[in-house]
Design a protein around this ligand. Sequence first.
Ligand SMILES: [Zn+2]
Length: 329
Amino acid sequence: MPHSPEHPERVELDPTVVEGFRATFLQRYDCYPRQLPQGSYVCVKQPLTTRLLHDHLRGKVTLGAYALDAQSMAQWLCLDADAETQWLEVLKLAGFLAAEGIAAYLETSRRGGHLWLFTPPLTGRDMRRFGKQLVAAYGLSPSLELYPKQDLLKTGPGSLVRLPLGIHRKSGKRYPFIQLDGTPLAPTIREQVALLGSPQRVPQDFIEQVLAEIPHEEPETVELPAIDPMTLSPADGKYLSERLKATISVWDFVSRYVDLDAQGRGFCPFHDDHHKSFGVNARANYWHCWAGCGGGSIIDFWMKLRAARGLDDSFTATITELAQLLFPG
Ligand SMILES: [Zn+2]
């Protein structure tokens, strides 16, 4: 196919490219923030359609991206530098991260810019702990704004950032992504959209390393939803299961029930085991039975144990009992 030069004003996009861009930045599709001419946003309580995304990238409307989904999960962290000095700090952080092999995406803006880090799904709380610890560890100003701004959604859809590569309604400009040396991330907006559709994510290992450096934290005081297995909605269930897994490591939990040696090996509680077929990988945080009983998280472990005891081993019954065990009172 002959290569045709791209007209600078027109951003014609492949639907799969737009879908990738949407999956990178958008956490929820049931409502969306729309920028008003003065620069503020309103929440439109209508589904976010692909058509709207095309309109955003063409500059007809400007959308925002909520930082948390309805279950308070996040998949990006955004540092907002709204002054030149903060922008220099953010560039410094991007440089440090690049030296560690971590890709930080730099987006210019009206006064400074945004640094985006794309991650595997994390709770809003962990994403913020990760962000705050990065800011502290690299000596950046604590006044830098972090998105998501909430650990947990209580009312409304929470904090948002302008969805990149649209036109800012107030300045009338489009702000591209750049590399550390100031050159564009990719020569055209179309190519930038495509690149952002499959961003390099921060490895889980690095996130855990940063979280482990947090010196001291107050005990968690997150309010849990009231648990009634008959009325637990899928959204509450997903939220609760994430909270359970974040509360205790697989090693700490499983070793209450299985005698593990220093290598994490033990006799499998799920079959008649004489060979220590069972093991916990502390680093990767999962258990496994080499004789075929399966493996996974603490929820998978508890589900299996309930089944072995002849109890209801449904997901809801399992997480309900686990919640009572791990969050008593
Ligand atoms: Zn087994």
